[in-house]
Design a protein. Sequence first.
Lengths: 277, 749
Amino acid sequence: MYSNVNLAEKLVGNIFNIQHFSIGDGPGIRTTVFFKGCNLRCAWCHNPESQSAKTEWMFYKEKCTGCGRCAALTEKDTDFVCFQDARQICGKKYTADEILSEVIKDKSFYENSGGGATFSGGECLLQIEFLTEILKACKENGIHTAVDTAGHVPYETIEKILPYTDLFLYDVKCFDSEKHKQYTGVGNELILENLRRLLNTSVAVWVRIPIIPTVNDTVEEMQNIKLLLDSYGAPETVELLPYHAIGEHKYDALNKKAHTFSVPSEEKMAQLKKVFS
Amino acid sequence: MYSALKNQLKQHYDQLPRGGEKTPLLSKAIEIQTKIYGEMDEYYKHEKHPALLKSHIHTLIAENFEPKIFSESPFFYEMSLRDRFCWGTEDLTPSSWLRIRTRPTVYNEHPLVEFIEKHVLEYFQKSAGICSMPNSFDNDHHTIGYTTLFAEGIDGILSRVRDAMKVETNEDKYAFLKATEESCIALCSIAEKFSSKADEMLKEERAPQEIKFLSMIRDTAKRIPKAPPATFYEGLAMLLFTREALATLENIGISNLGHVDRLLGKLYEDDIAAGRLTESEARDLVTRWMMYTDIKFDLENSSWPETSTCIQLGGCDENGNTVYNSVTRIFIEEHHKAGFVNPKLNCRYSKNSPDEYLKLIGKALTAGHNNFVLINDDIVIPGLVNNGVALKDARRFVNGGCQETMIEGGGHTEGAGIYISIPRILDLFLRPDERFGWIHGIKEPKSFDEFYSEFFASLKSFLNTIFEQRKIRQVYHKVWQHCPLFSATQDGCIENRMDYCEGGASYNFSTVALVGLGTTVDSLYALKKLVYETGTVSLSKFKEILAADWQGYDELRREALSLTKYCQADGEVDKMANRLLSELSEFVGKAENERGGSHIPSLFVYYYFEYFSAPLRATPDGRRNGDLISMGCGPSRTFANSDITKPLRSMKNVDFTACKGGSAVLDVQLPLSKNLTPDIFVSLIRSCADLKCPTLQPNAVSPKELLDAKVNPDKHRDLIVRISGLSAYFTALTPQVQDEIIKRTVYNV
């Protein structure tokens, strides 16, 4: 498991992307900071570059013109620029100040939209010290904060950031723990227990359920999750996120094998959403 | 619901093709033109004053044209004297007589004009790729003084003209007034012919709706345009009739059909309050009013559907009050509902724009209705005011045929007078071309400041040459450009007793479109860094590398490409852009035009970024021979930046009021997604206002759909895209333009 590193006495985070004008990760227009390293291996993961904590090169062969300039690259050559954008580095070290200076640039967008910063991944809670520092910095600068997590960490870890987090985007992937383990690599007991405890705090929680055909795309599954959530104390919002294949080309770029699923139909999504309406 | 009107329009306009087979209707138009040309040739023997010549053409047109009324429409405007693709600026119309017939005289009297036209311009355009001057004078991009017409009607104008005639003793000035009087009378008699025609058509057996529409035309064409409109319908009729009639009579493009919500808002509310109109009736009128352009210009089959037809919405009125009302809502909603592409929707916005207005735009745009451009009042109005335009006049600005700024009723701004490729001048400065005496690079400037000042001196020298040539060429437009009727609607002309082409209007600007700001700034920055700061390469070596199109110099190209660029919200590069723009603006603004006015710089480029890209050799920013240059005031296209907030934040680093009211356009391609909601769009525009983004031209597309539309066009016939100042059906475009749009950066969201 990756934990944040302390280089030259400054706490740094391992980040693979900073997405400005992000409009799918919480309310309003946000900047989403993607932490590298995850302790789940969801079969449908659309950010496979987030899984390993190591710096990785991604290679989009369809963009390559075969110029050969990248033949002798190492992980240290992080400044390399491929003219065709075919070879891309994934994973860079940032200090909290660097992240904050990037996030704060879009304050106008947050203020006009009710947005802010979202910390996602990978699993951002695996770099808890760095996460805490950056969340604190955001709050000090009046920026709304959201943490996007799968929740598979000790609750004490979550507790550390409660004072600086306005919103949790919390994944519930499967009701059944065995199935959860089959598709993500871990059971869901800890995740659900953390969610129960989180819902008993004053922090806002949006539960997000990825809808994966053949895995959890049934009304029965949704009803089970709903009953469970009702028993915990209803979250502010429940979002159903249809599986999409946008990440598939990233598997190729990482030379990894993708699991493929079908995309749920609009009718199916409407049917499942009805359970929560 | 509107299929009957669509069929009538299509049937008519199919009979007015451009070239090819001469249909009976086209032959009739040519016959009338030939007749009027003959009569004018006779008239010319004893009358030489251009204004009186033009007004006499108006009289002859009024006598000879045959009105065409579409019984499924309550509007009257079609005179059938122009082909379907002509918006007023071409030869097939009787009013072209003045231009065609006086040209030889001008050539005879000013041989240099002919020389420049025939040789120099062709050289500039085809050989050098440095500027484009399709016309000596921009005879498109006019807007009628609708506000004046709505206040006093033609009768009011006539009354002022006649008062002036009573006291005017100068022969030339009197002739102008006399011409204006004749033209106003001709315009009213044209309307009356429509009234008579409708009356005649009513004698035949008609369906109830046709009877209603024909009766409306019969009654209204007696009042409009003589009197100010008293109802919402009359207002619509005034706009459409005067726009189309003036284009035919004056042989100019009237690119804007009016700031419709400002002009019609009160008339609508009064009608509703008096029970004369219901909202659904108003919607029906607006739909019928907007319908003709797409059909006339055969949009479904046109690979470059330029219509030069816009309406203005939003913004503020002369007193600074926000304009947003039921009419705004009706126009946008009906345009979207009907899936129109035209008229183009030019929407003014500011910090004061209500959420509801922006949301309305956002709702249509995020559904893929790519027909909008958003023009920032907070940039354009102060820019115009800094240029000497009175605040109340500046607040009346409109845009058209794309985003060219016009002061409604204040004169002509020659919005697309000339386009100049700034990176091409840098290119020629770096690597001189013997053909250009005025662009010569110095060998090894000692510092970047020295380099910059030498480059800027060359730039100024070139611009001066252009301005001088334009002034020489434009001697003849003072002869053939006389438009007494158009001038009568412009503030200043009647008071000064001078046509707008002679500088009679309140404002007499010409616009210079500066193309490739981003590419120029990035190139200058690369030179500054690599030559003068890091010393990576000498200037002479750099020139060799560029001459080799970077072949064999990958490492240096990598360095050039990885340097920070304009529109990445970097203070230093953006500061350079600000410096270049402000200095250019200051210089351009001082250059006088042929009407005694000054020049407005703009960063509006239409599709000229593509036109200028091919002849442009490799540039210091890492761009190779022929690669696309930057668009408008936007970033270089040499490499992709997928973060939309960067160019928007950069806008704040550059003072675009330096454009003195000229348009500076930022194109953004957004991905259609369920997350791109109208609310998010509102927030985006709010941030644009905060960041002082001048003009935003958004395109909301699905890259996947664009690719599929190329392969399976039949599945995507309704797919509308914004190209650059115009929108079009994607599947009708040429593969080259389709590919260029597909290659545009789609910002991540």
